[in-house]
Design a protein around this ligand. Sequence first.
Ligand code: BES
Ligand code: MN
Ligand code: ZN
Length: 501
Amino acid sequence: MEFSIRAAAPEKAKTGCLVLGIYKAGSASAPKLTRAAQAADRAAGGRLREVLAHGDLSAKAGATLLLHKVHGLAAERVLLVGLGEQKEFGETAFRDTVRGAAGALKGLGAKDALLYLADLRVAGRNAAWKVRHAVLGLREAFYRFEQLKTQKKSPLPALAAVALAAQSEPVTLQARAALREAAATADGVDLARTLGNLPPNICTPGYLAEEARKLARQFKLGLEVLERRDMEKLGMGALLAVARGSHQPPKLIVLRYSGGAKKQKPLVLVGKGITFDTGGISLKPAGEMDEMKFDMSGAGSVLGTLRALAGMKAPVNVIGVVPACENMPGGAATRPGDVVTTLSGQTVEILNTDAEGRLILCDALTYAERFQPDAVVDIATLTGACVIALGHVATGLFANDEKLAGELRAAGDDAWDRVWPMPLWEDYQEQLRSNFADMANIGGRPAGSVTAACYLSRFAKKLRWAHLDVAGTAWKSGRDKGSTGRPVPLLVRFVLRHAGR
Ligand code: BES
Ligand code: MN
Ligand code: ZN
C-alpha cells in the first residue's frame, strides 16, 4: 500500500473513497461534522447531514457508514467514520477511528482513498504522531498471512493508495518524514509478524539466519553468523546447552546497520530466538504448545527493527544480536541438574530446562560487550509469569539504568506499544542461589518474571542494559491467534528518539 500526504478540497477530490470524520451528537443535537465533512456536506447540498439525521452512524469511535455517489462530490464513495465525543477525542479514540476506517476500507472495491483523519486535533499530539499512527493502523489491518493456505480466504483488498489529507495543517516536511518513517516501521512490523507466524518446521534457526542474510543483501547491512563450532571456541556453554537436544544447528546472528556517524557508539538489540520451546527435558504440557513457535518473537522484532531503520535510512548505528536455537528433549539434551559454564565464566546449575531463554540470552549479552555499546536492550518472550503480572497490554520493563528505562517508557507511550517498569532489586537475587554452581537458572514461583530478569542482570553488569519481557504482548492466542509485531514500533521510536529524532 502506497501512502502520500495531500492538500485537497474534500468535495473536489477524485478518489475511490473519501473518508470523513463525524463527532458524536450532544444530547438532542445533531452529530457534529468535522471541517472537511462540513465542506463536503455543503457541496452535496446538505446530503451528509440528512443521512446522519437518520441515525445510521453509531456514536462509537470507529463506527462507519458507507455512501455511494453522493451528488456534488467528485469521490466515488464517502465513508463516514464516527469519532466519538469531540472533547474525548484523544489517542485512544484516534486509534479506534483509524482501525474502524481500515476495517471498512478492506471490504471495498476502491483502489484509492483520501482520509481526513490525520488533520484532526488530538490533544498533546502533533501531525507527525497522527500520520505515524494512521499509517501503522492501516497497515496492521491490511496485514495477511496466507502463504500456507492453498485456498485463499477472500480476494485481496483492492486498496492500493492511501492519501492522508493535511487540511488544517500545512503539508509540513515533518509529516512527510513521519510518513516515510511509519511505512518503513510497518515493513518491519510485517516482517516480525510473518517470522512469528511461520511454523517451527519452516522458521528454524537456519531460516532466521537466511532471513538476516536477505536483509543484509537488500539493505547493505553487515552480517556475521556464528556456528556451533564458533560458539564452542568462544565458550558459550549456556547457549550450547539449550541447543543440545535439537537436530537444528544453533546460530548466533549479528546484523549491523551503520547509518550514523562512525564515532557514534551503537545501540545493541538482543532478541531471544527460540524457534520452538518444548521445555526440553522439563517438558511443557501438550495444551497450546504450538504457541511456543512464537518463542522467537524477540528475534523477529530485532530483525524487523533493523529492517525498519535501514528502510528509512535512519542516521543511527544499531547492531542486532540474535541467539537462535530450538529447545527440544533428546538423548543429548541437557538434564535438570547439569552445570554449565557461561561465556562470562560464571557457572549455572540448570534446574529447569524450560528456563532456556535466559540461558541463550546471558551468553548473547556477554557477547554484546565487545561492541562497546551505548546501551543494550534485550527483547524476549521470557516468562509466563510476566503474562500473569501485566497481561497482554504492557510489556515488562527491567533496567539497570533509570535514564534508559525512562527513554523506553516514553518511546512506548509515543508508539502506543507500552511498557511498564518492574523491580530489579537485590532482594530478589537470593532466589537464584545454587548449592552446586554460581547460580541456578530458576528462582521458584514467586515473582518469576523478576527473578528471570535478575538472572540476566548478572550478565549485564558492564552494560547500560534494559530487558523487555514480551511474553504477553508479542502474540495473541485464541481465534485471532497470531504474531502482533510488538515491540517493533516501540523499538524504532526508542532508537530514533535516542538519536534526537
Ligand atoms: N517461552 C517461555 C515463556 C512463556 C510461557 C511465554 C508462556 C509465553 C507464554 C519460557 O521459555 C519458559 O518456559 N519460561 C518458564 C520459566 C520457568 C521454568 C521458570 C515459565 O514461564 O514457565
Ligand atoms: Mn521455556
Ligand atoms: Zn522459551
